[in-house]
Ligand binder design. Structure first.
Ligand code: TLP
Length: 338
């Protein structure tokens, strides 16, 4: 099977597994796991933040950020198609008891003037606008990179209005290798940033949340409340360390695969695809010839797995376990269906 459902499907390589077996471990609930301590220190340095917290998932990282930045009844501005809005099971309403205010962006990119209009005036009958969250790269928009000028404008606006900012940087390394803008620079505009080791970086599990010491202290407490205190977790922190060392630069190859696939299917008349949106490792497209599930099924029967994107969109994601020749093969199989 050529599995293009997500970059989360990657399996740890032999070398990564080998590295994991050599990890020094301790009880991380006691703060005694040397590998976790090392990973958190490296990630804090990488993002230019005081501190970092290793968590099992990207969802937990985002939810801890929302929890630590807000109080119940506050409002959080997110993009309409963001992961937080769509795929985190309304957790902000459950865990933080906040209201999300979704703003529709163009390809996931919000307009600063629209955000400005949605910041609540300081009246007792309004919720307080407490946090703005951005996603880079933007998953549902197809791996779109947030333009740096727009990031600056939005985070400047937030600062002027005393609003905290969070970056869901699940795929921030994809943005960074493509633009040449460092993760540290991206992170510098935000109060907090999270990113995942378990997507394009190829680790089996793990995400990180970075921010100032006080923020991480609150997040740490809430990780425990949510049952996310982990013990000899250095074995998986080691996978993250391995991924940071070995799997960052190679993300560019995944972007080449996505572009190649997109180009090869873009000539098909009944496929709608905007090549300008293929900026990193995700390709979203739709087809007028088949129903969505029908198309997914037809590809599956021919050995290619893709996933359902938002609305009419289909999604193919490129990663370290798909080889260039499989990209060609998958595109050929799509072509044969038309
Ligand atoms: N995204 C997954 C699915 O949940 C859709 C995927 O296959 O792409 N932020 C962003 C931008 C994400 O894309 C994801 C996962 C997360 C957060 C959550 O990460 P996990 O799955 O580790 O909780």
């Amino acid at each position: 099977m050529i599995d293009l459902r997500s970059d989360t499907v990657t399996k740890p390589s032999k070398e990564m597994l080998e590295f994991m077996t050599q990890a020094e471990v301790g009880d991380d609930v006691f703060g005694e796991d040397p590998t976790v301590i090392k990973l958190q220190k490296i990630c804090a340095e990488l993002t230019g933040k005081d501190d970092a917290l290793f968590v099992p998932t990207g969802c937990m990282a985002n939810q801890l950020a929302i929890k630590a930045h807000t109080n119940p009844g506050d409002e959080v501005i997110v993009e309409f198609n963001s992961h937080i809005m769509n795929y985190e099971t309304a957790a902000p309403a459950i865990i933080s008891r906040v209201q999300l205010l979704p703003i529709t962006g163009v390809n996931g990119i919000m307009d600063v003037s629209v955000i400005k209009k949605h910041i609540r005036p300081n009246e007792y009958y309004f919720p307080k606008t407490k946090l703005i969250s951005l996603e880079n790269t933007h998953n549902r928009a197809g791996g779109i990179i947030q333009p740096i000028e727009n990031i600056k404008a939005i985070t400047d606006l937030a600062k002027e209005n005393n609003i905290k900012t969070h970056l869901d940087g699940a795929r921030i390394f994809n943005a960074s290798v493509e633009t040449g803008i460092s993760v540290k620079e991206y992170a510098s505009y935000f109060d907090s940033i999270s990113f995942c080791f378990s997507k394009g970086l190829g680790a089996p599990i793990g995400s990180i949340l970075c921010g100032d010491s006080e923020f991480i202290k609150i997040a740490h407490k809430w990780r425990k409340i949510l049952g996310g205190g982990m013990r000899q977790v250095g074995v998986i922190a080691a996978a993250a360390l391995y991924a940071l060392k070995n799997n960052v630069q190679r993300l560019k190859e995944d972007h080449k695969k996505a572009k190649l696939f997109a180009e090869k299917i873009s000539n098909i008349k009944e496929i709608n695809i905007d090549l300008n949106t293929v900026q990193t490792n995700i390709v979203i497209f739709s087809t007028t010839k088949y129903g969505k599930q029908e198309f997914i099924q037809k590809l599956k029967e021919r050995g290619v797995l893709i996933s359902s994107g938002s609305y009419d969109y289909l999604r193919a994601v490129f990663h370290l376990d798909v080889h260039m020749c499989e990209v060609e093969e998958a595109a050929q199989i799509v072509n044969e269906l038309f």
